[in-house]
Design a protein around this ligand. Structure first.
Ligand code: PMP
Length: 344
């Protein structure tokens, strides 16, 4: 008998269709209109729900996955959480190789969602056998009936955002978006969303947010991989020490770099002024918007969409801990601006 009530069949039905929310206080005095695409309102609290569901369902369609099989991935946390969530509902085992840079909260959450987690050293090169890439590859080879999601080199990552995030933003802005500002890690979010948006209107400016210590911006500008650009930084999920094929550099107009410190302060400011409990990279994208405003990129007609990738609750022991902020030297800087007053 068909179920006639309004309940969802399972939690996966709630993935995508996240709200677009007007920002007012944090952009006080900026020219233009600003919106956040709040990806924390996916059931797994990040944009990665979209790719986990899309990639796994595509593997099912192709007959590669059957019940009881194992899904393996490298992840800074969010993708892992999403894969673990999808695996529970669909009946798969989930093994995750994560960077030691990931917060303990994230690692504990993955284990809470039934995943088997291997923690690998963060500051080794991608081809080092101890890196989370190599560990995942080896586990995939050793585990019968497994698939390796490989989000950095999987075109379906980009495709998930081409099919969902892009159309949603186009519709939610009535096609009036002028600028998209989004973090780039695997590049799936920005590339898939941008590809769709540029197909609707090639004039839309696409700005990627990169970290100091990452190779993406320089690669975009010169076409060269410069290992001198690489050094440790604190933001999780933003920037890269390799060139992911999931990134379509052609659809990105410009990259802008943001610092760990300013991004952390912007995230705290979003939470306090907009009531949106913001993850670290929401702060990064907001810091980029601030820098673009200071460069005079926006005018009164600008309709700017910033993608907020995840939820602040994942960073309680980091950017929302005064002790952690102090230990990084982030609370001693006299240049840090005070939180602006909320306008009512
Ligand atoms: N922010 C966070 C918190 C992330 O985990 C990621 C993914 N690594 C990103 C931003 C970047 O998204 P993408 O991988 O789609 O470029």
């Amino acid at each position: 008998m068909q179920n006639k009530n309004k309940a969802h069949d399972n939690i996966l039905a709630l993935i995508g269709n996240t709200p677009l929310v007007r920002l007012k206080n944090i952009v006080n005095g900026f020219k233009g209109t600003f919106y956040a695409k709040v990806e924390a309102l996916n059931p797994g609290h990040s944009s990665k729900d979209r790719i986990a569901l899309h990639i796994i369902e595509e593997a099912e369609r192709q007959g590669i996955l059957s019940k009881g099989d194992t899904i393996i991935e490298t992840t800074s946390g969010n993708t892992g959480f999403s894969i673990a969530m999808v695996s529970i509902i669909k009946g798969y085992e989930c093994i995750l190789a994560v960077s030691s840079k990931s917060s303990q909260d994230k690692i504990d959450m993955l284990r809470a969602m039934g995943a088997k987690v291997y923690v690998c050293p963060a500051h080794v090169s991608a081809d080092d056998p101890r890196s989370y890439y190599q560990v995942a590859k080896r586990l995939h080879e050793e585990t019968k009936g497994s698939i390796y999601i490989n989000q950095y080199f999987n075109e379906l990552n980009t495709d998930a955002h081409y099919k969902s995030t892009g159309p949603e933003i186009w519709e939610q802005t009535n096609g009036e978006i002028t600028h998209l500002v989004a973090c780039s890690g695997t590049g799936g979010t920005i590339s898939g969303t941008a590809r769709y948006l540029k197909e609707q209107n090639p004039e839309i400016k696409i700005i990627g947010v990169d970290a100091f210590g990452s190779v993406l911006k320089k690669y975009h500008e010169t076409g060269e991989f410069d290992s001198n650009e690489i050094y440790p930084y604190r933001i999780e999920g933003l920037g890269k020490n390799l060139i992911p094929s999931a990134t379509d550099f052609e659809v990105i107009d410009e990259f802008i770099k943001v610092s760990d410190e300013e991004s952390a302060h912007r995230a705290r400011e979003i939470s306090k002024t907009e009531g949106i409990f913001a993850g670290y990279t929401c702060g990064a994208v907001m810091q980029a918007v601030k820098q673009l405003h200071e460069q005079g990129v926006f005018d009164d007609k600008s309709n700017v969409v910033a993608i907020f990738p995840d939820h602040g609750s994942r960073y309680m022991s980091k950017i929302y801990s005064d002790e952690w902020m102090e230990a990084q030297g982030f609370l001693n800087d006299s240049t840090v601006e005070e939180t602006p007053k909320v306008q009512v």
